[in-house]
Design a protein around this ligand. Structure first.
Ligand code: ADP
Ligand code: MG
Length: 257
């Protein structure tokens, strides 16, 4: 299998009055079709890592390769195009535009790439049917629930068939029912459509839907575990590693089943 993502020896220090090394020699790779979570106590560097992979932020040293290409080496306009083509983003706070309908939000990546309206319409209905949100397309963001908003955001993230979906705490603002809906949505996109996804989460339930969990602590790789057949067993294993990790007790306060 080809590596979709390679993270090689990434270092990142935030410089200020007191400088802080947020990432230390982080290396791992993700194959096409994998569904992986990154976990760690708060402040361990998860968002920094995701921001560097998504090219929102730059590493001090080390390389990111997405389909063999280092996006950090691209010039501004090529990089914008690369991000729109290759990456799909899902955020904790959904990042939908309130002035657009749910359908218009989902179409946005195709509209920006100037796809033909008939193609856009067809793709929109395809993804909305798959995610069970056809009846929401004409609604505004404030007329639908948090879980529905996040499923719309996921539809927007995958509609242009990017190589890699990057999600930062996608269930962080959701209750347990909506978390289950959103994670089952991501799981089925991975299983049925071979969408490759990397998700940062501090929620062990959400992580248990993934096939692999990478743990980081103090900016360093700590451990990684793979899921077997059973999600409940994987959940217990995730809790075991989290208890070894220690860190902010607050991170475990949101544990829900
Ligand atoms: P996580 O997402 O795991 O909670 P972050 O990647 O947000 O962790 O942060 C890692 C560390 O880097 C933390 O100690 C945080 O305070 C620090 N940090 C994050 N962003 C900045 C920044 N822009 N400037 C200075 N320090 C930062
Ligand atoms: Mg974070």
């Amino acid at each position: 299998m080809a590596n979709m993502l390679e993270v090689k020896h990434i270092n990142k220090t935030y410089k200020g009055q007191v400088s802080y090394q947020a990432l230390k020699q982080i290396s791992f790779s993700i194959e096409e079709g994998e569904f992986t979570a990154v976990m760690g106590p708060s402040g361990s560097g998860k968002t920094t890592l995701l921001n560097i992979i998504s090219t929102i932020d730059r590493p001090d040293s080390g390389d990111i390769l997405i389909n063999g290409e280092n996006p950090h080496r691209l010039k501004r306009t090529k990089l914008a195009h690369f991000r729109r083509k290759q990456l799909g983003f899902v955020f904790q706070d959904f990042n939908l535009l309130d002035t657009l309908t749910i359908g218009e939000n989902i179409m946005l990546p195709l509209t920006l790439e100037k796809e033909a309206p008939s193609v856009i319409e067809e793709k929109l209905h395809g993804i909305a049917a798959k995610l069970g949100i056809v009846n929401l397309l004409n609604k505004r963001t404030f007329e639908v629930s948090g879980g529905q908003r996040q499923r719309a955001a996921i539809a927007r993230a995958v509609i242009h068939k990017p190589s890699l979906i990057l999600a930062d705490e996608p269930t962080g603002n959701l209750d347990s029912k909506a978390t289950k809906d959103v994670m089952e949505t991501l799981q089925s996109l991975n299983r049925d459509d071979h969408v490759t996804a990397l998700m940062v989460t501090h929620d062990p339930v959400s992580a248990s839907y993934c096939r692999r969990v990478i743990f980081i602590k103090d900016g360093e790789l700590f451990n990684e575990i793979y899921r077997g057949e059973n999600r409940q067993v994987f959940y217990e294993q995730i809790l075991d590693v989290l208890s070894m990790l220690g860190g902010n007790a607050n991170d475990l306060s949101s544990v829900r089943l």
